[in-house]
Design a protein around this ligand. Structure first.
Ligand SMILES: Cc1cc2nc3c(=O)[nH]c(=O)nc-3n(C[C@H](O)[C@H](O)[C@H](O)COP(=O)(O)O)c2cc1C
Length: 342
């Protein structure tokens, strides 16, 4: 069974990639992921705030006349003394490279193109095979327009692109007015790959304590639907590699993402729930699905259900939306079955 795939210029043995998470911070779990079949790993992000806190601390220590604690540090008290500063991160990249044979993708996480982006070069020098940019930005400033937000992404990408020669991926937000056009624009600006999508963590309220809940919920399989739509629309229409990310729980989601045209499929939640060895279950499930249908290569199935390949491309568009709404039937209160739409 030939499961080989190319992602952001890297040749991978199969399409399964462990996305950024605490599991990819530890050498032990990185090795377990590789043993279980992960074809590449994305390290957890190095955050802009961590780099800025380190820079501020350095400036403070080297300034002979200034006894005050730098403002940048007091804004990020935890990060300032974290064990996860830029130096530790570079060390993680080096040690991950030594520990595993699969490609190691470093991740930078920030919201503007100020000095921190030059750090990308150090990640390349430390041995990263590729770089993923996570621009986790919530435009809560109501004066910031959609175009401003798009420009922010492009500025960061271009700033990073000028400092490195390794491939760069952008972990994309699903909240652009025109996701497809933004994807194409990012590719034109130098993104070798697009990760669909970044998962924005949304708050809830605790009604008993009247507090904002910021707990982190792992993803569920029904969350694949939004990335599935956009992968289906983009597949075969951009030269950027496409990574599916969010909602993978079993091989079923992996197969669906590949059918609509993903080059690789990423997972975090399933690995956090089940442990790194779950990667082997996903891989076995993918192989079993292909074998049962007598496919001998991933290439035979990738994208066969993308918008370009479907006989009725409208399936992914408005016409189908109307059909779905009009075809909805209330389930029978006794049997729970839905009458068949005619
Ligand atoms: C505990 C935890 C830590 C994460 N850390 C990062 C990170 O450092 N950088 C990043 O880009 N994404 C991070 N993510 C997001 C994941 O990489 C992934 O995009 C997200 O969980 C959706 O994929 P999933 O549905 O497979 O979990 C983290 C997710 C979790 C649950």
């Amino acid at each position: 069974m030939d499961l080989k795939t190319r992602y952001m210029g890297l040749q991978l043995e199969n399409p399964l990639v462990a996305s950024a998470s605490p599991l990819t911070r530890e050498l032990d779990s990185l090795k377990r992921l590789e043993d279980a079949g992960a074809a590449a790993v994305v390290l957890p992000s190095l955050f802009q705030e961590e780099i800025e806190a380190e820079t501020a601390r350095h400036e403070h220590l080297t300034s002979a006349h200034d006894d005050s604690w730098p403002e940048g540090l007091s804004n990020f008290p935890k990060l300032a003394n974290a064990q996860h500063g830029p130096h530790e991160y570079l060390e993680l990249v080096r040690r991950a490279r030594e520990a595993v044979g699969v490609p190691v993708i470093a991740s930078l996480n920030g919201i503007n193109d100020e000095g921190w982006t030059s750090y990308a070069r150090q990640l390349q020098q430390a041995g990263a095979h590729g770089l993923e940019l996570n621009i986790y930005f919530i435009p809560a400033d109501l004066a910031e327009t959609g175009r401003d937000v798009e420009q922010r992404y492009l500025d960061i990408l271009r700033a990073v692109r000028t400092t490195v020669s390794i491939p760069v991926a952008v972990k994309l937000s699903p909240y652009f007015s025109s996701v497809g056009n933004m994807a194409m624009t990012l590719h034109d600006a130098g993104a070798d790959a697009l990760v669909l999508f970044n998962r924005f963590y949304q708050p809830d309220l605790d009604l008993a304590r009247l507090q904002v809940l910021t707990d982190l919920k792992l993803s569920e399989p029904n969350e694949i639907r939004l990335p599935l739509l956009w992968l289906a629309v983009l597949a075969g229409r951009t030269r950027a590699s496409l990574a599916a990310s969010t909602g993978v729980t079993s091989a079923e989601e992996v197969v669906k993402y590949l059918l609509v045209g993903a080059d690789v499929v990423m997972t975090t939640s399933s690995l956090l729930r089940q442990g790194p060895e779950h990667m082997a279950t996903l891989l076995a499930g993918l192989k079993a699905w292909l074998q049962a249908r007598e496919f001998t290569s991933l290439e035979h199935v990738r994208g066969i259900m993308s918008q370009r390949s479907l006989r009725d491309p409208q399936t992914f568009e408005r016409a189908n939306y109307l059909k779905i709404l009009q075809g909805y039937r209330q389930p029978d209160p006794v049997s729970g079955r839905r009458p068949v739409a005619v």
